[in-house]
Design a binder for this molecule. Sequence first.
Ligand code: SF4
Ligand code: SF4
Length: 235
Amino acid sequence: MDQCEATVLGSSPAVHDALTRRPKSFTRLVTNLQRLASANKQIGLCLNVMPVNLHHIFEIVRQFQHDHQIPVRSVMIQRIIPSGRASNGCRKFMLDVADVAILMAQLHQIAAQFDLPILFEDPLPWCVVDPQYHQYLGRCEWGFTKGSINAEGLLTRCAADDHYRLGSIWDGNLQEIWQTHPLLQAFRAKRYLPEECQQCALLDQCGGGCALSCGTLHELSPDALYLQAQTRRNT
Ligand code: SF4
Ligand code: SF4
């Protein structure tokens, strides 16, 4: 093992431990990462951004770099999606379109101050982000260059979708599934996105954000933040 990604949920043990529901999990995480760092392993921070930690994203990175002396190599941003273990009561963990500016300003500060790459595992629709921050964005790669396989060998496009309906690696036709499965073809073609996206010059780079963020797991959907912004524009 040369590198690992560590999920941090808050800038204090109280917030992190309350969300993991594991007492002392923050302290253990810091200790384990310090051991990995002392063995020259590379460490990426994976931050699940939620209203409870939205204002502490920069502070989390600062603490791990400076206070805990853990040399961080990258910062990965994840959103909470209403799926799987997060499907019940998850709304309070989801970002609002007004939260995006607060998040992006901190990511800009992290990139500028610590010279760290910012990675979006669950990307945002580009049109809800100030263009000065577009340099940090990307499209959802799950279904293009990434896929998820569970312990039984079942395949799903994205790990947040626990339906595992694409097939099995044991069937011997993984390449064929990946190239021809209708769900993957529909995701890649982006026809599920609204007309505004179809006409958008940013479609290839943006990909429409997260296709699962509305919680309609049996279909692909426009991003919940895009729909929220559109509703605000129309009212
Ligand atoms: S579909 Fe959504 S939850 Fe899944 S990887 Fe893409 S952005 Fe993340
Ligand atoms: S493709 Fe759609 S979601 Fe993405 S920037 Fe364009 S209009 Fe917004």
